[in-house]
Write a protein that binds this ligand. Sequence first.
Ligand code: PGA
Length: 258
Amino acid sequence: MTRPLVVGNWKMNLDYVEAVHLTQQIGVILKNKPLEHVELVVVPPFVDLRSVTSVVESERIAVGVGAQHASRHEAGAHTGEVSVSMLQRLNVAWVLVGHSERRAMYAMTDVVVAQTLRTVLGQGLNGVLCVGEELSIREAGRQDDFVTAQLHDALEGLDETSRPLVTIAYEPIWAIGSGLTATTEQVREMTEHIRTVASSLSLGQVRVLYGGSVNAENAASLMTEGRVDGFLVGGASLKAESFLTISQAANDCYDGKR
Ligand code: PGA
């Protein structure tokens, strides 16, 4: 089993003062109870990044910092966008690419997702590629084909240096923020499917996360029965206690304690 990764996506929540506060709370809990095996990443809004990376560095908190999106362009006339090199200057090491909210609400097509992922990886940052079907596709039983197409569009032809920087997050849209978690069986079937498709694209070692209403109660069973390598957590990442309880569950599962 690969070392688990737990990523907290704060979405459009927490201003920079609140973000600093949450980061410090995470730091205090981690100092009392370090997580031996889990890699943690927090993903604040753009305007919080500088403050969060400063706290992480000055207080030596064992978390990475990520951005929720980045421009596929390198620089120039792109009002409202943020470039990967700007993120890199802030010691941001991770970028979410193609979150379903960006795909659905900000017209992020598969082509744009693929270009963004290449820009992120090309500059040496880790990219968390988000994939997942909406409810009507699941009800029609077409989820495997749908996710296969998303993976092919984003990952085909990646070069050798880029491949180790990829993580895939399976986030069924119907489970995001809805309280409707996918069953462990649905998660296991899909993560196996994703691993098969990923290896056919020369990404045999890729980490596959699950996201969608993950909480302190369901994390351990999703990990062991769903056989994921970690989580992409939204709502439950906004409180230090629930975020770290989820992370602790991932840690214990890796350790064989659960
Ligand atoms: P949720 O969000 O945990 O609030 O369902 C997950 C996500 O969108 O990444």
